[in-house]
Design a binder for this molecule. Structure first.
Ligand code: CO
Ligand code: CO
Ligand code: CO
Length: 316
């Protein structure tokens, strides 16, 4: 269920310093001369390694700051666990993963809270600043290209490992990408003059793409063959190995989709992503600059489609 709709239902409105209407994954607030950007995100364990969980969750929590073109500054941790079922050493490993990732992001951990929780959860509230420009999901314009900076398909991969179909060592690429910060991707995005951006996480590629369409009042054309997908994901999805969120995401976007593709392909595009890349729109003329800059900064980049006037998502 999305927070935005709930906040609307109870009539939460913004004050004069709230720069972006509330309800997005992150918000921008004007504090005197400073634009501060704040977000919070919490996830359940990723695979079996607590250090990995801490690192991935931290990259994921920082990601909404990067998606708005901000730089993270401080963070507060929130860790929920069942004290009878989790060792102190395990918890320390989660925090080690988080602290190392925060150090890489030059972000200071100020503190936080632990709480008793039967289902373990870890994440951070992050505060950052926007220097000059900030990017929302509202600025996509017809004719622009749609860029993506990490492959999709982690939901099925994680499910595959949990069900013993794959080993962790089979998905090293995906694990590396999940822990990777979107800091340099954000730099490419900002320098390219991007006008709309989001990170790709739980709603899957199509869910997040739809959010950009809805907020910008535009549509999209996405080419399935151009979307980067981890090699094992299609087979898992065809075998029905994917988290139930994929179907929920599909239900969420279905009435806005126009496609002749097989159901499994659309399910791939709806698979919930853990700590995914940035999805942004920028002018067509910027494509070669973006590819060049991405190469210089070591960021992967794919053009997966374009923005259209008609308010539907066509998947070819
Ligand atoms: Co998020
Ligand atoms: Co307290
Ligand atoms: Co987000």
């Amino acid at each position: 269920m999305d927070l935005e709709g709930l906040l609307e239902d109870i009539g939460v409105s913004s004050d004069e310093n709230t720069v972006v209407p509330p309800g997005d994954d992150a918000g921008v607030y004007r504090l005197q001369d400073l634009l501060i950007v704040q977000t919070i995100d919490v996830i359940t364990p990723v695979l079996n390694d607590p250090y990995l969980w801490g690192a991935v969750s931290t990259a994921n929590s920082l990601s909404d700051i990067y998606a708005m073109g901000g730089k993270p500054v401080t963070a507060l941790a929130l860790l929920g666990f069942d004290p009878c079922n989790m060792e102190r050493e395990t918890i320390k490993e989660v925090l080690r993963g988080a602290v190392d990732k925060l150090r890489e992001a030059k972000t200071t951990l100020l503190g936080g809270h632990t709480l008793d929780d039967r289902e373990p959860k870890f994440g951070l509230a992050v505060t950052g600043v926007c220097e000059g420009r900030y990017i929302t999901q509202e600025g996509a314009r017809p004719g622009q290209l749609l860029f993506l900076t990490k492959p999709i398909g982690t939901g099925a991969l994680i499910k595959g490992v949990k069900e013993g179909i794959l080993k962790e060592s089979d998905i090293e690429d995906a694990i590396k990408n999940m822990t990777e910060l979107n800091d340099r991707a954000s730099q490419v995005m900002i320098e390219s003059g991007a006008t709309a951006c989001t990170d790709v996480t739980g709603f899957g590629l199509l869910g997040h793409a739809f959010n950009i369409c809805r907020k910008s009042g535009v549509g999209m054309k996405i080419e399935f063959e151009k979307v980067p997908v981890y090699p094992q994901t299609p087979d898992l999805i065809r075998r029905g190995v994917f988290p139930k969120g994929a179907k929920e995401n599909l239900t969420f976007v279905r009435e806005h989709l126009r496609t002749d593709l097989e159901e499994w392909k659309i399910t791939v595009l709806c698979d919930p992503v853990t700590s995914g890349g940035l999805l942004f729109t920028a002018d067509r003329e910027k494509e070669s600059f973006i590819r060049e800059r991405a190469k210089e900064l070591g960021v992967s980049i794919w053009v997966i489609g374009e923005i259209t006037e008609e308010r539907v998502i066509k998947v070819l």
